[in-house]
Ligand binder design. Structure first.
Ligand code: PRP
Ligand code: ZN
Ligand code: MG
Length: 211
């Protein structure tokens, strides 16, 4: 019996997700098939997937558990459990406007067009703030939208801030703070739960050692 974990196949979470497994003493075999590999000293199979798809794959039992940004978990609303916050890949989902644009309060967003890959989280935020704006969903390269006249503002993840800087954008509102989280299918069964408990024990030991 093996526990199947889904991790991001490339991007911000990839390196630190693998590092966390390595810190837990889990060694991966260097399989030729890069979409899937086994741990050689722990009953774990690793699937490399697009992060946005991971909550649904975990809900559908393609994988038992997964590592995703909390932002993706909250946007996707799949039926999965948040098992553990992992403390890496910290970032925030923010609204940004062109640097030269006048902006003094959230009311400045009224009637504006905002490009984002997180329409659900953005809509919730705008509702809470009582602001009506037009949400334009795009799946990638959101940061170029204002510069090419596709939108007045964006709502996207900010980590170092260099993507915003390089695209002449200025952060004006924080929608959500996020970090990597471990998620699980709601019913993985006793045997897999036992493997997950062993993995969690190691994750917590590593976390404590780092403090
Ligand atoms: C986010 C965001 C920016 C970048 C910001 O993408 O969309 O492209 O990170 O980081 P910075 O502030 O350090 O420049 P992410 O890595 O989540 O990839 P994805 O959108 O392709 O999933
Ligand atoms: Zn993504
Ligand atoms: Mg991106």
């Amino acid at each position: 019996m093996k526990l199947k974990i889904a991790i991001q196949k490339s991007g911000r979470l990839y390196d630190d997700s693998l590092k966390m497994l390595r810190d837990c003493g889990i060694e991966l075999t260097n399989g030729v098939n890069k979409l899937r590999t086994d741990a050689c000293n722990f009953p774990l199979e690793i699937l490399f997937l697009r992060d946005d798809d991971i909550p649904q794959y975990v809900a559908d039992r393609v994988a038992d558990i997964g590592i995703v940004g909390e932002n993706v978990l909250l946007e996707k609303q799949a039926s999965v459990q948040l098992v553990q916050r992992l403390g890496f890949a910290r970032c925030r989902l923010s609204i940004a406007v062109l640097r030269g644009e006048e902006y003094n309060s959230i009311a400045c967003l009224r009637g504006k067009k905002i490009a984002t890959s997180y329409p659900g989280l953005l809509q919730q935020f705008l509702d809470t703030e009582n602001v009506q704006a037009e949400i334009h969903e795009i799946s990638g390269s959101v940061e170029i939208a204002p510069g090419i006249g596709l939108a007045d503002a964006i709502c996207d993840l900010v980590s170092s801030g260099s993507t915003l800087f390089l695209n002449g954008l200025r952060e004006v509102e924080t929608v959500l703070k996020s970090e990597a989280v471990l998620i699980s299918n709601e019913d993985i069964g006793a045997q897999k739960q036992e493997i997950l408990d062993r993995l969690l024990f190691r994750i917590n030991a590593v976390k404590k050692a780092k403090r």
